[in-house]
Design a binder for this molecule. Structure first.
Ligand code: DX5
Ligand code: ZN
Length: 221
């Protein structure tokens, strides 16, 4: 089977003082998507950035903006993220009682809808039926630079078999490295997020090599 692999660097590990330049650098280094980790200090124990920053970055690249909203509640902010230029808007299944309403709102805004699952949240057929992307968290959300939770590999395989022929992206986020990318892609993921290993030391000259190392590790699929 041949499957296209998408590498989505997370700018959470970029140099925030030079964010526009970092986005240009990662675009030129071969990023397929730009992963945007939005944190509210409430759903997760960290605060990152919101729609105003994303809107400012939108001018610097044409690459797909993949937003990962770690915020609760999310609904009242969805239009703001759409206006800011997000192409994919992913909400957490655990962020509120009315996930389906959030997904309908994202689709009504004309954007691709994603659902993210914390490590302890099981997959559900009802969710898969409504989305363009499932984001499987392979660390507990909130921080970059954590270690991949190996038990999540079977969840990725389970998602791949439940999805069957449907055009739903399986995105894996947290602790992705060139060393575990082979197993992750073999399990069935087709979008790999990577923050700390891509932006390591904020050494712009290494970004292309860092992205390519992950891509190469997936070359068997
Ligand atoms: C964690 C974020 C991830 C994270 C990935 O809450 O959703 O996107 O920044 O960073 P690394 O690749 O360093 O685990
Ligand atoms: Zn993320």
């Amino acid at each position: 089977m041949s499957r296209e692999i998408t590498i989505a660097p997370s700018i959470l590990s970029a140099d925030f003082a030079r964010l526009g330049e970092e986005v240009v650098a990662i675009d030129q280094a071969g990023a397929d998507w730009i992963h945007l980790d939005v944190m509210d200090g409430h759903f997760v124990p960290n605060i990152s950035f919101g729609p105003a920053v994303i809107k400012a970055l939108r001018k610097h690249t044409k690459k797909l903006f993949d937003s990962h909203l770690m915020i609760a509640p999310a609904d009242q902010y969805l239009a703001g993220f759409a206006d800011a230029g997000c192409d994919v808007i992913t909400v957490h299944a655990e962020a509120g009682p009315h996930l389906d309403r959030s997904l309908q709102a994202i689709k009504a805004l004309g954007k691709k809808a994603g659902v993210s699952l914390n490590p302890s949240t099981p997959l559900s057929e009802h969710v898969l039926d409504r989305i363009d992307l499932i984001l499987i968290m392979t660390v507990n959300p909130g921080f970059g630079g954590q270690s991949f939770i190996p038990a999540m590999l079977s969840k990725i395989s389970q998602a791949r078999s439940m999805i069957g022929n449907r055009l739903i992206d399986i995105e894996v986020d947290g602790g992705v490295t060139a060393d575990n990318a082979t197993l992750i892609s073999k399990a069935g993921a087709n979008v790999l997020v990577a923050g700390s290993v891509v932006f390591k030391n904020n050494d712009v000259s290494a970004y292309a090599g860092n992205i390519n190392a992950i891509r190469k590790a997936c070359s068997h699929v």
